[in-house]
Write a protein that binds this ligand. Sequence first.
Ligand code: FES
Ligand code: FES
Length: 154
Amino acid sequence: MKVAATLRVNGVTYPVELEPGTSLLDAVRDDVGLTGSKEGCDDSECGACMMLLDGKPVNSCSYLALQAEGSEVTTVEGLANGQELSPLQSAFLEHGGVQCGFCTPGMLISATALLAESPSPTGDEVRIALSGNLCRCTGYDGIVTAVLAVAGAR
Ligand code: FES
Ligand code: FES
């Protein structure tokens, strides 16, 4: 039986009807219609589905949508400034942090959370912060360089 709920995503309130077991990832992709967050493993292993929940990164594939009621959810779509990429998004492109792009939404979310908490991280701190995000393409160096470039530009 579906339950009426509201989800607040990227500053917009969405009325939704959800099965109690619906994941936040499925609700955001299927009910809200924002498909930037990806499903890699559906098992809290890859980080492709990562979203910010009140500023903290969570694997949305393993988080119940109904538990997110009352919280502010931020997805990769919420990081850009309208049509303009965020500095972090631009840096990923500039420094080779994107190849197939499947991991990129989750990487950007984790990096955003890191820089909010620690504006001048070391390379090791970036790698630790992104350790829950798997990338099969880039070798990670471009991603770490991109995060450090944004931190250094502040
Ligand atoms: S899809 Fe959620 S961690 Fe992989
Ligand atoms: S760019 Fe392909 S998985 Fe990271």
